[in-house]
Write a protein that binds this ligand. Structure first.
Ligand code: UDP
Ligand code: MG
Length: 318
């Protein structure tokens, strides 16, 4: 496979980014020209701007950019479908038109110079290169705290993700073809991509401040993103119900013993022992049963995703 001079599609989802795009255009035009000049990427490389149903003048700006320079390609989604879906739309375009895709945010918080290192890792054989934030000193305390808490909580909940890696990554054509096999609707790319496999690498970069406009991820969206991430990837919360049920059941035997002793000592009013024992025993059995049902629901949920059971990397038949 061609590893030198690949056709790159830089995929950028844009939602209400009219104020950031003029700056982004300046930086990207310069960076792409530099990469082409140094023969790091093919001159047929493009920047794919996906307008995620913006309400401002983002699409007009994108059309102007395309008019001025055919390197910019615009894809307009008919409706605001969220960052992950917009990104997927761009990546699936790249799968058919390029050798590699690199995804980045429109606000260029991810340093564009990380592309050089990513290309280097690609040339040395990596099919996926994760961009990882080496520090978040330029993020607000709140953003840093919530974002890092998010990664820790995800790992605790059993989701396989790369710490401090958002959606800035390089994927080669084969990795994109792997990604296309995942047909799920609740998209959480950070969880899916590590599951694809292949040789992977990591490129570190400093995260910058947003160039213009405001974050499109307020706390509410961040929380729903985190919940989506966990519930799309892990049956651990369901399994926890069964564990809690089992613990309550064990405790209920202690309560049983305690209330019997109380009754024998004569420390109780009539009927107390029966009621206390019933509540604990029934409570434990019910929670345990919910956990068992949860196990089956977890299986159904995994089946309905129709995820690929395997992806073949090579066969030695020639
Ligand atoms: N974005 C999108 N659709 C949305 C929300 C965000 O395409 O519904 C894009 C946005 O334009 C940006 C990227 O997703 O390019 C990341 O958003 P943002 O920079 O606001 O997130 P933050 O860096 O604050 O986490
Ligand atoms: Mg941002």
């Amino acid at each position: 496979m061609k590893r030198n001079n690949p056709v790159l599609n830089l995929v950028i989802p844009c939602y209400n980014e009219e104020s950031a795009l003029p700056y982004t255009e300046k930086v990207l035009t310069k960076k792409m020209a530099e990469l082409i000049e140094n023969n790091q990427i093919s001159k047929n490389s493009k920047v794919i701007l996906v307008d995620d149903g913006s309400k401002d003048k983002t699409w007009n700006t994108i059309m102007d950019m395309h008019e001025n320079d055919a390197m910019y390609i615009g894809i307009k989604l008919a409706h605001n479908k969220g960052h992950q879906n917009a990104l997927l739309a761009g990546l699936m375009y790249a799968k058919d038109h390029a050798d590699i895709a690199i995804s980045m945010d429109a606000d260029l918080q991810d340093d564009v110079n990380v592309i050089d290192d990513m290309l280097e890792k690609y040339r040395s054989g990596c099919e996926i290169v994760y961009g990882v934030r080496s520090s978040r000193t330029k993020d607000t305390f709140f953003k840093r705290f919530t974002a890092e808490g998010f990664y820790r909580f995800m790992s605790l909940m059993g989701v396989d993700i790369v710490f401090n890696h958002a959606d800035c990554r390089l994927m080669s054509k084969v990795a994109l073809e792997g990604l296309a096999e995942y047909r799920e609707v609740n998209l959480f790319l950070r969880g899916i991509v590590p599951g694809i496999g292949y040789q992977t690498g990591i490129s570190y970069y400093e995260r910058n401040e947003r160039v213009a406009g405001s974050s499109k991820y307020p706390l509410k969206k961040m929380l729903s993103f985190a919940i989506d991430g966990i519930t799309s990837f892990s049956v651990k919360p369901l399994r926890m119900i069964a564990v809690i049920g089992f613990i309550i059941l064990l405790l209920s035997f202690l309560v049983l013993l305690y209330s019997l002793i109380m009754k024998l000592i004569g420390n109780t009013v009539s009927g107390w022992t029966f009621i206390v024992c019933s509540i604990w025993l029934i409570g434990g059995i019910q929670t345990l049963c919910l956990g068992i049902i949860g196990e089956y629901i977890g299986k159904i949920y995994n089946e309905t995703k129709h995820r690929p059971r395997y992806i073949i990397e090579t066969i030695t038949d020639k």
